[in-house]
Design a protein around this ligand. Structure first.
Ligand SMILES: *[C@@H]1O[C@H](CO)[C@@H](O)[C@H](O)[C@H]1NC(C)=O
Ligand SMILES: *[C@@H]1O[C@H](CO)[C@@H](O)[C@H](O)[C@H]1NC(C)=O
Ligand SMILES: *[C@@H]1O[C@H](CO)[C@@H](O)[C@H](O)[C@H]1NC(C)=O
Ligand SMILES: *[C@@H]1O[C@H](CO)[C@@H](O)[C@H](O)[C@H]1NC(C)=O
Ligand SMILES: *[C@@H]1O[C@H](CO)[C@@H](O)[C@H](O)[C@H]1NC(C)=O
Length: 667
């Protein structure tokens, strides 16, 4: 990564004075900690496997990039937040930050944080401009750039005022939607990788998938153990190449430095807002120098960069709740708003145990059979000829038992090779579906019904999709120069998880076997998979230079809004109550649904509570329970679609697209 070759003159001292520099973290605000969220993402992956801105003026008036496809690499990283047009209606920036926040000499390696923004529907000079809401999609290791690119507009529909800005209301609010790729992840550089090239990574994941998950055979535990030993040893060493160029990111990817990155991002947003305000005001003054409606002094004051005091507006999902709670504990005075949605127990996460996730997982699985039974065979093909949910469950378990000894053979088709469907395939599919029941239960029901008849063709087709090479055709996957952003996000995720935890290099195999049995005891649906999260750390030697592991408490400058679902398979509701106790005046909103995080079920009630919170700061009544408008298998939910107002329809449309976020929370 090259340092910016030119800086904006006269800014050096101001930049240095930013409160987000390392010394800032030395005061009482240093308390930060990190929670761990949901690493299903990682597990899933195991199984599937010039715009040079020389000055501000040039950035603002320069040529558009729209004729060439956007490439992050064309942006020169800068210390200021300088946005460039990208992906049509978005803006992207690469923020240069220290790799090691503990270095106080301003030298050392840098990272370039990939930042994406869906701009607010009003300019910053409009009184209805609400600021930038920062999102984290979970993981850890989830790409914020990808999340905002795919779902930013739907999120904006939820948080923005219902009426369009053209309606002249002084009370509306419109927000920028912003996120970033965390350290080591996707478009943020340098990246983190444990494989020399994409081909070796693919070969590893295909073998890993084929040998089967924990619990799938007598030998699976021993094979997995050796596999994760090899993995940990490989991820502990920087490749010779990366250590030469950029410095190795391995010890600097855990959550504490990410909180420092967020503080800097929030400060730089304040700086950007002030700059953008001056730019727009100068245009306005040029256009109509005597406009009596132009209250320049007020606008300036309102949009001034409050150096060192800028506050965070945040909505974090799954692991994003660890990040949010850590931020709130380390920087309580910087909370403007924070929605903590799909809550991890931060203490458990930082202890590296993953023992506070699966408390409701089997209840979520039970709901599959209950909803299937209620819907009947028209919508749930697995429901044919049954007598009740228990019977469906029995048939499912019998199918699994059969698959253990007799995987289903599937002949090749025109587009796919021969395939087999195994116990691991089915349990993984069912586990994933518990994150997004509304989106996934019907497909699972179809697959189960087919498999009972020995027909694995549709499942084989879907397995095949995940195996395809998805890099550019010009990139030879066996070349170490073939770098596909995002390919190594699983490795990044595991490195974050392991360096957030206390480190278990050298843990005895038998101790780990007992741990695995504990998780199996917690959930038959997910326990086996869950044990693999911690197993990825068994030989990882890397330790972070800066780690925060509690306490997760704080008198935040605004109360936090926690959200939990009745039956969330990996972030049980009880975590929301436990975490809320550390943050006075925070409120837990309960959404009555099955699935991971609130977006897995469309709830107008939840959406409006979140909108209200961002607009006025008002928290919902602690007794409020939000229903969802739709249940899996087309079972009607709370509201009837036809009774909806135009705003509710727009909200439902947004919620539907969000319910399809299969990668949300790293699931
Ligand atoms: C890094 O900085 C943090 C916060 O200032 C401090 O708590 C920690 O001890 C530092 N670590 C090292 C290795 O200097
Ligand atoms: C499981 O195998 C038994 C014996 O082969 C068979 O009778 C039964 O139908 C199978 N059940 C399922 C669900 O595939
Ligand atoms: C297998 O199931 C698929 C749909 O799930 C169906 O289209 C196909 O005809 C079935 N194959 C056989 C041999 O029944
Ligand atoms: C990485 O970010 C790009 C946007 O630049 C997105 O299209 C892609 O899906 C992301 N990859 C992953 C693995 O998230
Ligand atoms: C929050 O404020 C209360 C009352 O001033 C105090 O007792 C408590 O220790 C504070 N908690 C934290 C985490 O600072």
């Amino acid at each position: 990564m090259t340092p910016p070759d030119e800086k904006v003159s006269g800014q050096q001292l101001d930049l240095r004075a930013l409160s987000t520099r390392p010394q800032h973290f030395k005061g009482r605000v240093i308390r930060f900690s990190i929670l761990l969220t949901i690493a299903a993402f990682a597990i899933l992956q195991v199984h599937m496997g010039f715009y040079r801105s020389k000055s501000l003026g040039q950035q603002l008036s320069g040529p558009s990039l729209s004729d060439a496809p956007f490439k992050w690499a064309d942006i020169t990283p800068t210390e200021q937040l300088i946005y460039h047009p990208c992906f049509e209606s978005y803006e992207c920036a690469r923020l240069e930050l220290p790799m090691d926040w503990n270095r106080t000499d301003g030298k050392g390696s840098k990272i370039a944080l990939a930042v994406i923004k869906l701009p607010a529907k009003v300019p910053v000079t409009d009184v209805r401009y609400g600021g930038a809401i920062l999102l984290n999609p979970g993981g850890p290791g989830g790409s914020g750039a990808s999340f905002v690119f795919r779902y930013g507009k739907a999120i904006q529909t939820i948080v923005d005022s219902a009426e369009p800005p053209s309606v002249d209301s002084a009370t509306g609010k419109y927000f920028d939607i912003v996120s970033f790729d965390p350290r080591g992840v996707n478009n943020t550089t340098p990246s983190f990788s444990c494989f020399p090239d994409p081909m070796t990574r693919k070969a590893w994941s295909l073998q890993s998938e084929a040998e089967g998950t924990l619990g799938s055979s007598e030998t699976a535990f021993d094979t997995r153990w050796a596999r994760f030993e090899a993995y940990g040893m490989s991820c502990s060493q920087p490749s010779a190449e990366s250590s030469e160029d950029d410095g190795w990111i391995g010890p600097f990817m855990n959550t504490a430095p990410v909180v420092a990155d967020m503080v800097e991002l929030v400060e730089r947003h304040g700086e950007w807002r002030e700059r953008e305000t001056e730019r727009l005001l100068s245009i306005a003054i040029d256009d109509s120098p005597h406009d009596p409606n132009l209250d320049i002094a007020t606008i300036r004051l309102q949009n001034r960069w409050n150096k060192g005091q800028e506050k965070l507006l945040y909505w974090g999902f799954s692991y994003g709740t660890v990040l949010g709670a850590t931020f709130a504990a380390m920087q309580p005075h910087r909370i403007g708003r924070a929605v903590i949605d799909g809550v991890c127990n931060a203490n458990d996460y930082y202890a590296g145990m993953w023992l506070a996730n699966l408390q409701d997982a089997d209840a979520a699985l039970d709901s599959f059979f209950e909803y299937c039974h209620t819907a009947g065979p028209t919508y749930c093909p697995f429901a044919h000829g049954h007598s009740g949910p228990e019977d469906l469950m029995f048939r499912y378990e019998q199918l699994l038992t059969n698959l253990t000894y007799s995987p289903i053979a599937v002949a090749a088709s025109e587009s796919r090779g021969p395939e087999i469907i195994t116990y691991s395939d089915v349990t993984l599919l069912v586990k994933d579906s518990l994150y997004t029941p509304l989106k996934s239960f019907e497909f699972v029901a179809q697959v189960l019904a087919d498999l009972e008849h020995g027909n694995g063709s549709s499942f084989a087709d879907s397995k095949n999709k995940a195996k395809k090479w998805n890099g550019p055709p010009s990139c030879d996957p066996s070349s170490k120069h073939c770098k596909v952003p995002g390919e190594s996000d699983f490795e990044a995720a595991m490195n974050i998880v392991c360096t957030d935890g206390p480190g278990i290099d050298g843990i005895p195999k038998e101790v780990f076997r007992n741990y695995w049995h504990t998780l199996r005891g917690q959930s038959k649906a997910i326990g086996d998979f869950w044990a693999e999260i911690r197993m990825s750390c068994i030989r990882l030697q890397t330790r972070p230079v800066w780690r925060y592991d509690g306490p997760f408490t704080g008198n935040t400058s605004h109360p936090l809004l926690f959200i939990g679902n009745t039956y969330d398979p990996v972030t049980p509701l009880q975590n929301a109550y436990a975490m809320a106790r550390g943050f006075p005046d925070s409120v837990v909103l309960k959404q009555n649904s099955v699935g991971h995080c609130s977006l897995s079920g469309p709830s107008l009630c939840t959406a409006k509570a979140v909108r209200q919170y961002f607009h006025s700061g008002e928290l919902p009544d602690p007794e409020l329970i939000c229903e969802v408008e739709e249940l899996p298998f087309h079972i009607p939910g709370y509201e009837k679609q036809q009774a909806l107002s135009p705003d509710d329809k727009a909200l439902m449309h947004a919620l539907h697209s969000l319910g399809e976020t299969s990668n949300l929370l790293g699931a």
